[in-house]
Design a protein around this ligand. Structure first.
Ligand SMILES: [Zn+2]
Length: 311
């Protein structure tokens, strides 16, 4: 059999920091449990705004060296989460941050937004066929909030899931692999609203407060199909990982702000919509494990469990 751990989770994100904000507690949990957690980040977030004044010179409109700097932030964040397998799509610098929708950077030939879908998906197929994840996590078709790189990350992830399973697609990239379950990140509206109530009650240091609809992927509660409740250590790891993205995120206790300086709740629990695959929970109930019902847990983790049971 393969040397891969029994459970394998792949996450596809647009920029360094998205993984920690959206999935930090989930990644910390599964990494701690011995699952293989693989993060693929599609760009280095070269067009991001920089929060700390002393690092402002890194920005694209100044020295334009934010990408390599954020690569270091990402590595520090992954150390906080206990995630050792993090990669850039294709190669470092292959796909550049496209900037916000409508920005002239959208049109740069190296912008991720301009990438040929099957070429970029092929770069991801190589990873899928290597690590053979049962579970894929990415954004919804709107990318959570309409950023071109998030939309493109969604498209590339979904296309790669299809192509990886097709033995006729670029067989040189490895044996075909079908991902059992695909989830999109989301946030239940009631949880986000409650978080903003806490934030307003706390009266924090941020210059302003964001709106519920500024939070990516807010959906009606009944669309959420899986919730990962953050154990205290995993919630703490998530907050530490977010803090590691120094240029992008200002964390203040259970709240944080992006470069717009608008406070929002730091949500420890993370939520998902299953969009492909069979739910592992009974009718209507939310799953509490992304691997619930997964059939192909065929690595050493499972072998150890089996021996334990047989004894
Ligand atoms: Zn992003």
């Amino acid at each position: 059999m393969s040397d891969l751990p029994a459970r394998r989770l792949l996450l596809v994100h647009a920029h360094p920091d998205d993984e920690s904000i959206n999935n930090g507690a989930t990644m910390a949990k599964y990494a701690a449990e011995g699952a293989l957690v693989t993060l693929v980040t599609c760009t280095l977030g070269e067009e991001g705004e920089v929060i700390p004044p002393h690092l402002a010179h890194l920005a694209a409109d100044k020295d334009d060296v934010l990408g390599p700097y954020r690569s270091g932030e990402l590595a520090a964040a992954m150390a906080e989460l206990g995630v050792t397998d993090h990669r850039l799509l294709g190669a470092p610098g292959r796909y550049r941050d496209s900037g916000m929708m409508g920005a002239p950077q959208n049109d740069r030939p190296d912008a991720f937004w301009q990438a040929d879908l099957d070429t970029a998906a092929g770069d991801l197929v190589a990873v899928v066929r290597e690590v053979r994840p049962q579970v894929l996590v990415t954004y919804d078709p709107d990318g959570g909030y309409g950023h071109p790189d998030h939309i493109q990350a969604h498209r590339v992830a979904m296309r790669a899931a299809d192509l990886a399973a097709d033995p006729a697609f670029r067989p040189e990239l490895g044996a075909a692999h079908a991902i059992e379950k695909v989830y999109w990140n989301c946030n239940p509206r009631s949880v986000v609203e409650e978080g903003f109530e806490r934030l307003r009650a706390a009266g924090l240091s941020f210059p302003g407060v964001a709106e519920v609809d500024d939070v990516p992927g807010v959906v009606p509660d009944d669309q959420v199909t899986a919730s990962i409740a953050a154990a205290p250590e995993h919630g703490a790891a998530k907050a530490a990982a977010m803090r590691a993205h120094v240029t992008q995120i200002a964390v203040d206790g259970p709240f944080f702000a992006l470069s717009n300086d608008l406070g929002q709740p730091l949500l420890g629990d993370e939520h998902y919509r299953l969009v492909r695959g069979t739910p592992g929970a009974r009718d209507g109930a939310r799953e509490d494990d992304l691997f619930a019902g997964v059939r192909t847990q065929d690595g050493p983790e499972t072998a150890a469990d089996t021996r334990e049971t047989a004894r």
